[in-house]
Write a protein that binds this ligand. Structure first.
Ligand code: PLP
Length: 388
């Protein structure tokens, strides 16, 4: 199967993606596209980024074989350990790339959106490191729910601004960050947190995360005597950690599985629509209004999904099943108990699917992206499971 891995001149993967933005933002998107293309082809930029990934983020992240859980499920299970990166997830790959790019473009300031606060913390981290001003838009409702991350961002020197429009959650924070960007584009870069938004964001963010897949492919070939895994699994919110690991395996025989929360199954249950500057699968109500996503994991509460995932689903290259909150809780405790690793609730979605699908994968090699560590979710799990 021939699979498009770079968007066409129209910024689309198949029918998905594009640049659905107000006229005032078109020049900013074009400037960003030019700057990214130049930087990505510049050996010096890539060297500088790789140096930061190695000496600051802690890359390469290791590959861990789960012998206990693998035995229990009848599969060989490997984890790509993005939880071991600085700030505890894959998000650092993208923010270091974008912050370096912002500096190269001569910008002094970044703005970012955040839902649960994880991308906001990562963006504030990169801004502190590289001496950029940072303003993070966060839904007023999310600010109430995530006070620890709000405090973290402030510790890191960022300003956190409540988004007061609409439902006062992530999708409103994206809108307000875009509004700020339009008004301040001379001095400001918009550091978007996932593989979504107008072109070139979905492609650019994917390229910053493809290090996950490139490393994992090498590491797998080393332990599997030159072979690739049979199945590659990751959780999907906006889709950045999933596309990062998929990008190393699109041209192999591996099945690609992106696991969505049942309450936010954009690919599984959505319809094509336009939001946040892109065309992609979206959760919409009967009137075409974007619906709120609900998941036990605040990090997966995004009603849409990156356009490349919509494309991979449409051409049948990747599959997008969903799992329930109950299965997720089970996946979370399962990895902790069998392997001594407490996963982020987001990646517990991938574990939940692996456990459910294991009877049909007996003897196969399964690679899962462990996108983040679970420390941030322990208090919530204590409330759910009780203190006993
Ligand atoms: C933010 C986050 C996600 C969801 O974002 P994607 O863009 O879908 O990867 C998943 N896992 C962790 C640990 C996160 O912090």
């Amino acid at each position: 199967m021939s699979v498009m891995q770079t968007p066409g001149a129209d910024g689309r993967f198949g029918q998905f993606g594009g640049q659905f933005v107000p006229e005032t933002l078109v020049p900013a998107c074009q400037e960003l596209e030019r700057a990214f293309t130049e930087a990505w082809n510049d050996a010096l930029f890539r060297e500088e980024l790789n140096h930061l990934l190695k000496t600051y983020a802690g890359r390469p992240s290791i590959l861990t074989e789960c012998h206990n859980l693998g035995r229990e499920l009848g599969i060989r299970l490997f984890l790509k350990r993005e939880d071991l990166n600085h700030t505890g997830s894959h998000k650092i790959n993208n923010v270091l790339g974008q912050a370096l790019l912002a500096k190269r473009m001569g910008k002094k300031r970044i703005v970012a959106e955040t839902g649960a606060g994880q991308h906001g913390v990562a963006a504030a981290t990169a801004a502190a490191l590289l001496g950029l001003e940072c303003k993070v838009f966060m839904g007023a409702v999310d600010i109430e729910r995530q006070e620890l991350n709000v405090f973290r961002m402030r510790l890191l020197g960022a300003e956190v601004v409540p988004a007061q429009s609409g439902s006062r959650t992530l999708k409103d924070a994206v809108n307000e960050a875009m509004r700020d960007w339009v008004a301040t584009v001379e001095s400001t870069h918009y550091c978007l947190g996932s593989v979504m938004g107008p072109h070139p964001y979905p492609y650019m963010v994917r390229q910053f995360h493809r290090v996950i897949g490139d490393e994992a492919r090498e590491q797998c070939r080393e332990v599997l005597g030159g072979d690739d895994p049979d199945v590659v699994v990751a959780c999907v919110g906006g889709g950045s950690n999933a596309i990062g690991i998929f990008s190393g395996f699109i041209d192999t025989h591996a099945r690609l599985i992106g696991v969505e929360p049942a309450g936010g199954a954009a690919v599984g249950r959505g319809v094509p629509g336009v939001v946040h500057g892109m065309k992609s699968y979206l959760m919409q109500d009967e009137e075409g209004q974007v619906q709120e996503a609900h998941s036990i994991s605040a990090g997966l509460d995004y009603p849409g999904v990156g356009p490349e995932h919509s494309y991979l689903s449409e051409i049948g290259r990747a599959e997008y099943p969903s799992v329930t909150d109950t299965e997720v809780i089970d996946g979370f405790t399962l990895l902790a108990r069998t392997e001594g690793i407490i996963p982020a609730l987001e990646c517990a979605h991938a574990l939940a699917w692996i456990k459910r699908a294991a009877p049909e994968m007996q003897g196969q090699v399964v690679l899962m992206n462990l996108s983040g560590r679970g420390d941030k979710d322990v208090a919530q799990m204590m409330d759910i499971l009780g203190k006993k």
